[in-house]
Write a protein that binds this ligand. Structure first.
Ligand code: SF4
Length: 342
């Protein structure tokens, strides 16, 4: 073991704790560390998380309200109409079903609930009417925070959604711009960036991250983190590719546990104050799932994902309690934390 490496990690930890920025080059060094040094890196990321995000974990859940046969060709996605997968295809679920899911999520302790629809934006009157119906039904039904992930937004649509009662908009960049042509060619990276800006300008909290492990390099993981940091994204969901049969990424090797943990920790060093939320693909951590928080994550998605089953919610909540962490179950409190950490 090389003691100078521990010393350098400590220096970067101290800098982040003091409010200084870790550079992209330093982030690249952190994400490339050997497994032997990863627990030390995680310990630093854990201190940064505790300092800037406290001891509370943000929990959210989603509903896939419309699934399958998507016009876009995102090569990781089981819902793309360009891939032949076993993902279900259905039109908008009834609002009663959505309300039941939102209530269940609130009972679990989720502060936010995301309405996720396949496709690339809210274009038709039918889509607008359905979203209005959902948000009106949710209004007053529970105090859970209202999120949505609906593809690209223009300025007018972002303002319209805000007017409907939407609070948070989720829109992943998916990957680094330099890797995006391997991910999707039916829309552009710039559309993703513009969507984030329109959501922010409309007064929505932005939740934007990506999927790691799609074949991108370590440089490109840092490029993604740097782009998110420069955009000032408050909430950063991190996913790890779950290769789905029938998609172009079906044969990509899933990431190894230490690789995942090092990535989470490095994102924490680069974005000390952000909400770093772990979503799809955490099953590849196996028995090391609890370590996401020790690696600097401050949030987690519970329940099922878009087209795959999640871990038992009871196991996830127990994991948080066993670590002596708490669920930030109060939506209003989450809103206040967001306002002060943005
Ligand atoms: S990620 Fe979204 S836009 Fe891309 S194919 Fe899947 S559902 Fe469609």
């Amino acid at each position: 073991m090389d003691n100078t490496i521990f010393t350098r990690i400590d220096e970067l930890t101290q800098r982040a704790l003091n409010g200084g920025a870790v550079t992209a080059a330093e982030g690249r060094w952190l994400i490339g560390l050997d497994d032997d040094y990863t627990p030390w890196l995680m310990a630093g990321a854990d201190r940064i998380r505790k300092t800037f995000r406290g001891n509370e974990i943000e929990v959210c859940a989603i509903s896939n309200v419309r699934s399958g046969n998507c016009s876009e060709n995102c090569s990781f996605c089981s819902q793309s109409g360009h891939s032949k997968t076993a993902a279900p295809a259905y039109d908008y679920i009834p609002k009663e079903q959505l309300l039941a899911q939102a209530r269940q999520a609130r009972e679990w302790g989720a502060a936010d609930f995301g309405i996720v629809s396949k496709g690339w934006g809210v274009r038709s009157e039918k889509e607008k009417a359905k979203l209005q119906e959902y948000f009106t039904a949710m209004d007053g039904d529970s105090d859970i925070g209202r999120c949505a992930s609906l593809g690209a937004l223009d300025k007018e649509t972002a303002v319209m959604l805000k007017g409907m009662g939407l609070e948070n908009y989720h829109h992943n960049l998916e990957s680094a711009e330099s890797f995006f042509d391997q991910v999707c060619t039916s829309h552009t990276y710039q559309e993703n960036i513009d969507t984030i800006k329109h959501a922010r300008d409309a007064g929505l909290r932005v939740c934007a991250g990506g999927i790691l492990g799609m074949g991108e390099s370590l440089d490109q993981r840092i490029e993604l983190a740097e782009t998110l940091r420069n955009l000032g994204v408050e909430s950063v969901p991190m996913n790890f590719l779950n290769p789905v049969a029938g998609t172009p990424m079906a044969n990509v090797e899933p990431m190894k546990p230490y690789d995942i943990l090092r990535s989470i920790a490095t994102f924490r060093y680069l974005m000390p104050k952000a909400e770093i939320r772990i979503a799809g693909g955490r099953q590849f951590l196996g028995d090391m799932q609890a370590m996401i928080f020790m690696a600097g994550a401050s949030g987690v998605m519970i329940g099922d994902y878009l087209t795959t089953k999640g871990r038992s919610v009871q196991d996830d909540l127990k994991m948080i309690r066993d670590l002596k962490l708490e669920v930030r179950g109060d939506t209003q409190q989450r809103r206040e934390v967001t306002a002060t950490s943005a």
